[in-house]
Design a binder for this molecule. Structure first.
Ligand code: FES
Ligand code: FE2
Length: 400
């Protein structure tokens, strides 16, 4: 008798307690205990824009005096959207009846009321804290009494002469759209999946990075104080070993060094920021002398960038987007069959579950600091060459 057929297949369930991001969901509440990049600094102007972050609709603007504001869009008077508001010196004026709110939601004016609103201080437009750092606007969307300090990262500090910070919000380095239309966790946990690199990005779809990345590494995984790291050893066959260290730092930071193998500590890190359960964005910041550094990292598919591929080429030469999107808008994690090489995935999921238990129990998740002296995060990820120091790489980058 045939067994294992698809007859009667039950589709299974996502790991909703890790995948969902909305208010009140287990990991949504973990995410809300940290700062998140929500836009580039230059996106906040006197023209309001709509943002969706962690399942919440928001309006971002910058007052005429230069202060960024992030407010809930539904005006507390009678609900017109502040997307249609007019930005003024101190805040934003609702188009409908002209109430004015500052960047902390205080109502400054109710123009049709006596004395511009005798009781205007009794209402508050819902708002979030915003700070600017590394060319990005960061929002804190959690309980006000749990607001941590905004972390800094050593790899983005102390720029050398000629170096600059390069900010990118256009999706993943391997190619794909700017807004990725599937659950954020499929992308974030992929960071701890070093074995897809030699398969998907080399054997299956042709070398999308460099020939070295086609070698199947020996991998070990470790918990760190802030997340999980993998250490990937590749014997380059010329007396050298490549030790590539990749990290995830809670709750959603990816530390992936250049797959084109620039040597030393990584000069770029990126945040996987959920818009909602089935869409996310990636904000990457790099330091380099070349302002095109990040654009030049994009992988190619038989020499073509992802955006120029035909449907047939997407099918024949898939990359990260095709693999991860095809897991589903939200993957059915209960149907996964994790094996020895999925150890990093299992470790992330275990550590995520631990954080939501900590938060649900009234504690703080990992990596949340309230003291300025603890705000500097040390980044370990990078490509470290060990052995003969001056041996060249196997070949130049395939698509430079
Ligand atoms: S709805 Fe905004 S002022 Fe009336
Ligand atoms: Fe990948």
């Amino acid at each position: 008798m045939d067994t294992g057929t698809a007859y009667g297949l039950r589709l299974g369930q996502p790991l909703n307690e890790l995948a969902q991001v909305g208010p009140g969901t287990p990991y949504g509440e973990v995410l809300r205990r940290y700062w998140h990049p929500v836009a580039k600094v230059e996106d906040a102007t006197t023209r309001p824009i709509s943002l969706r972050v962690l399942g919440e609709e928001l309006v971002l603007f910058r007052t005429r005096k230069g202060k960024p504001g992030l407010l809930h869009p539904r005006c507390i008077h009678r609900g017109a959207s502040l997307f249609y508001g007019g930005v003024e010196d101190e805040g934003i004026r609702c188009c409908y009846h002209g109430w004015v709110f500052d960047t902390e939601g205080h109502c400054l004016e109710q123009p049709c009321e006596p004395d511009l609103g005798l009781h205007r201080d009794r209402v508050r437009q819902p708002w979030y804290s915003v700070e600017e750092q590394y060319g990005l606007l960061w929002a804190y969307m959690g309980p006000p009494d749990k607001k941590p300090v905004l972390p800094r990262y050593d790899t983005l500090e102390d720029l050398a002469p000629g170096e600059q910070l390069i900010v990118n919000d256009q999706g993943v380095g391997g190619g794909g759209p700017a807004v990725l239309d599937f659950n954020w966790l499929q992308h974030w946990e992929n960071v701890m999946d070093p074995f897809h690199v030699p398969i998907l990005h080399a054997r299956f779809s042709g070398n999308q990075f460099t020939p070295e990345m086609a070698l199947i590494p020996e991998v070990s995984y470790e918990y760190t104080p802030l997340g999980v790291r993998s250490i990937q050893m590749r014997d380059l066959g010329d007396g050298r070993q490549l030790r590539r260290v990749t990290e995830v730092i809670f709750p959603n930071l990816r530390v992936v060094a250049s797959p084109k193998l620039s040597s030393g500590q990584t000069n770029m890190i990126g945040w996987v920021v959920p818009m909602d359960d089935t869409n996310f964005r990636i904000f990457t910041v790099a330091r380099d002398e070349d302002s095109d550094f990040l654009a030049k990292l994009r992988s190619t598919h038989e020499g073509k960038p992802w955006k120029e591929l035909t449907e047939l080429e997407h099918q024949r030469l898939p990359g990260d987007y095709e693999a991860q999107k095809s897991q589903g808008s939200i993957s059915l994690h209960s149907e996964d069959h994790l094996t020895t090489t999925d150890q990093g995935i299992a470790m992330i999921r275990r550590m995520m579950a631990k954080q939501h238990r900590a938060v649900a129990g009234g504690g703080d998740p990992v990596g949340v600091f309230f003291d300025e002296s603890e705000r500097l995060v040390r980044i370990e990820g990078g490509n470290y060459f060990e052995g003969a120091a001056d041996a060249p790489l196997l070949a130049e980058a395939v698509d430079d």
